[in-house]
Write a protein that binds this ligand. Structure first.
Ligand code: MG
Length: 389
């Protein structure tokens, strides 16, 4: 069996991002980009080991980042050079004797899929290969701000990583080309020595984080990647509000004519509060008190239907979406049934769900307890969320 290693050059300063942190250390969902990338390879059955080239002053930092991970023993750190090519060359020298296939992958392409790693690792057993995508946009040669030539797009490919090589070929290329540090990827080195490089179908999600605008997209991709292993998730919600004079009665976003209304910091829509707590619970995101605190004057008199829209957005930013809601209102009076279709329609719209995925029921308490005495109303809900598709 060939033994396959991946080299991740991570010694760069990432100056184009403009911030104080080199971009491979920028956190996404609390985890640095480099760790996301390392994890993708560490968890892949085709990868036997990982060599990361890091700047001399970040060795201890990277060691600490990976120390507690369950794949720490798969990782070897080497000191990189000033240029990417020098970093890869140092990492090639640190490969164990048993390694015969090498992939090279950018530290800041954290969304690389297991399928893509597998495709490149397979191809590299036969010879040099790179992930690439057909060029989507027209490319022109420009000199001094003027177009000189329009290239034939059908022959152009946009190259990604991983790139894969027989170990001997990559080692020889780095030895031979060590005086010329102008190569921007490893395939260019072996091409310069006359080795053919095969194209492997890349992945548009395998984005390279280059500018701050790339981060929210990567955040979304990584959320759905992790979300899919834990979700669909189920959550429950429960809420109670006191009935008082001089307040409107708002339930499920419907204002119901009645002599009393529910008391609260917001519009006190007890049904929506239970539904929001169920959704947040299903997503592992706490409760509405955390997201919309009643000590915050911004939420005084808040329309709960607006907050439901916000919860929907919050889920989607985490790569999740509502999948279904079922709720029960505990109300002695007035009669709720005539208003239920409108409550369902309101919630379905806010959560971007079909009507049949949102159910509302109502029950009395047969005169017992605080609901039965018309001192207050309560609501319970369960909700399911699933990965955003
Ligand atoms: Mg409440």
């Amino acid at each position: 069996m060939p033994s396959t290693y991946v080299i991740i050059p991570a010694a760069g300063q990432g100056r184009r991002m403009g911030g104080p942190i080199a971009k491979q250390f920028l956190p996404v969902h609390g985890t640095p980009l480099l760790v996301w990338t390392v994890r993708a390879f560490a968890e892949h059955p085709a990868i036997d080991g990982i060599v990361i080239a890091v700047a001399p002053d970040t060795v201890e930092h990277v060691r600490a980042l990976l120390h507690d991970s369950r794949y720490a023993e798969k990782v070897r750190l080497v000191v990189g050079g000033d240029e990417r090519q020098a970093s890869v060359a140092n990492a090639v020298r640190a490969l164990p004797a048993s390694c015969d296939v090498v992939l090279v992958h950018d530290a800041v392409r954290p969304c690389v899929s297991a399928e893509l790693i597998g495709r490149v690792a397979d191809a590299a057993k036969q010879g040099c290969a790179t992930a690439a995508l057909p060029m989507q946009e027209t490319v022109k040669v420009v000199e001094a701000g003027v177009v000189k030539q329009t290239l034939d797009r059908s022959r152009l490919w946009s190259v990604q990583t991983p790139q894969g090589f027989p170990r001997a070929v990559l080692a020889q290329a780095h030895e031979t080309m060590s005086k010329n540090l102008s190569f921007t990827d490893d395939c260019s080195l072996v091409e310069a020595l006359g080795h053919p490089v095969r194209i492997v179908q890349g992945d548009p999600r395998n984005l390279k984080v280059t500018t701050p605008a790339d981060l929210p997209i990567v955040e979304l991709y990584l959320a759905s990647k992790t979300a899919s292993s834990r979700f669909p998730g189920v959550g429950m919600g429960y809420d109670v509000h006191r009935l008082v004079e001089g307040r409107p009665l708002v339930l499920g976003g419907v204002t119901i004519p009645y002599q009393w209304g529910l008391l609260g910091h917001s519009d006190a829509d007890v049904l929506l509060h239970a539904v929001m707590d169920a959704l947040l619970g299903a997503a592992g995101l706490g409760d509405i008190g955390q997201h919309f605190p009643d000590t915050d004057p911004d939420y005084a008199g808040a329309v709960s239907m607006d907050l439901l829209h916000k919860v929907d957005k919050l889920l989607r930013r985490r790569g999740l979406q509502p999948d279904g809601v079922d709720a029960v209102l505990m109300v002695e009076r007035p009669k709720i049934a005539p208003y239920i279709p409108q409550m369902r329609a309101n919630m379905a719209k806010a959560l971007q769900l079909p009507l049949e995925a949102v159910n509302v029921k109502a029950t009395t308490s047969e005169g017992m307890g605080f609901v039965g005495r018309c001192e207050g109303m309560a609501a319970q809900a369960v909700a399911r969320v699933c990965p955003l598709c």
